[in-house]
Design a protein. Structure first.
Ligand code: GDP
Ligand code: MN
Length: 382
């Protein structure tokens, strides 16, 4: 789950990382009131779950409430990389001298958190990595060891942080790593990490991604989810505790087990089609569970056919067939469903479906045949 800048800064503040005082605003009037309360110069910042707001005109430094209102007027509704601005963060402006960059993310290949630091902050870190790779210091941190003083020293000397700043920057690096661990984050990025005119440090921006699988132990960050900004299918799947990933094709995919669903996605592509989603219904076969999963897939308008792929192990295919028939009693089905049942009690399962003779169901014996039929039906519906 991605956090808004202001939410990330809330977690930063809790961890002792210095941030400027600010307020959230959803309207021009709230933006004006926030600027009045904060007094003097403020920064009006678009809150969207994407980067590059500065370049897109989503960050404006202003000198008072009137200008803050005008900036809010301009930024509310602003489209930044396809994300419409619906909320603002109004923050006390600071006198920036230099802009650095610091982050912690996962390096899956190394199986360790990776810290990065550069004095070339404020801009796109990808551009720094491409054009000035020698200026981007990178260091893995063994999670069993945690972040130690020598990590800070190594990073800061490789990045060329001035010696008189190292005590403060090193302390902030430790805090950033601390937030990454404490919040079960996948990413913590501070860009820019600013050095103010008076020499103090501040996190002027925050980008955080929390591991969805850890949200159950973070009531405060779970509550930060912006339901309105979430994709409706992803939100429904999240609430039903189903593993769902939206893709951009028109063949809806349901299966039991992540591996099977992934191969179903591949087989649909092999048959010349485009998967609309990945949905793992998991074990068991209750009509209720299947109905929920089917409902989520069918609520995506782009779905023109559904491929229901089950391999029965502990889950019995006849139970799945009963569940599916039960689900059809409660779910309005607006697209054809192709079913492939294989494994435990598959013959009985197919018999049940054939006997029911539901017009919306086509039964196929193999995964490849089922994919070909689902792809053909989707094409015919276009
Ligand atoms: P991003 O473009 O989405 O990463 O948004 P940022 O929050 O990083 O803001 C972009 C740029 O706006 C920063 O690199 C700063 O130069 C500037 N900026 C952001 N906050 C402040 C502030 O409080 N004061 C001043 N003077 N500039 C700021
Ligand atoms: Mn930034």
């Amino acid at each position: 789950m991605d956090l808004y800048e202001h939410q990330g800064k809330e977690l930063f503040a809790k961890a002792g990382i210095p941030v400027a005082a600010g307020r959230v605003a959803f309207t021009v009037a709230e933006a004006r009131a926030a600027a009045e309360a904060l007094g003097g110069r403020v920064v009006v910042k678009s809150q969207v779950l994407t980067g590059g707001r500065g370049k897109a005109g989503g960050v404006k430094v202003v000198s008072g409430p009137d200008e803050a209102a005008a900036a809010a007027e301009a930024i509310l509704g602003l489209d930044i990389n396809g994300h419409i601005t619906r909320r603002l963060w109004i923050e006390e402006a600071v006198a920036i001298d230099r802009e650095y960059y610091a982050s912690v993310t996962f390096d899956r290949a190394a199986k360790m958190p990776l810290m990065m630091l550069t004095t070339m902050g404020g801009m796109d870190v990808e551009a720094v990595a491409r054009d000035h790779p020698d200026r981007l210091a990178r260091l893995h941190v063994d999670p069993a060891l945690g972040f130690r003083g020598f990590h800070a020293v190594q990073l800061m000397s490789a990045a060329g942080i001035p010696v008189d700043e190292r005590k403060a920057v090193g302390a902030m690096l430790a805090q950033i790593y601390g937030v990454f661990v404490a919040e079960d984050a996948m990413l913590v990025e501070v860009n820019p990490l600013v050095i103010l005119d008076d020499g103090t440090l501040l996190a002027a921006d925050s980008k955080m991604t929390i591991d969805d699988n850890a949200l159950f132990r973070h009531a405060d960050s779970s509550a930060m989810r912006d339901v309105a900004a979430a994709d409706p299918q992803e939100q429904a799947a999240h609430e039903a505790d189903l593993a769902y990933v939206k893709l951009d094709g028109d063949v809806g995919i349901l299966g039991n087990g992540a591996g099977l669903v992934m191969s179903t996605v591949d087989v649909v592509a092999q048959a010349g089609g485009r998967p609309a989603n990945f949905l793992d219904v998991g074990g068991g076969a209750s009509a209720e569970k299947i109905a929920t999963a089917l409902g989520i897939v069918l609520s995506d308008e782009k779905v023109k056919s559904v491929l229901f792929n089950i391999f029965g192990g502990i889950t019995r295919c006849d139970e799945v067939a009963k569940g599916l028939l039960g689900a059809l009693e409660t779910t309005a089905v607006r697209a054809p469903i192709v079913v492939r049942l294989d494994g435990t009690n598959d013959v009985e399962g197919r018999e049940l479906l054939e006997r029911a003779a539901r017009p919306e169901i086509t039964v196929e014996k193999t995964m490849l045949e089922a994919a070909a039929t689902a792809v053909r039906l989707a094409r015919e519906a276009r």
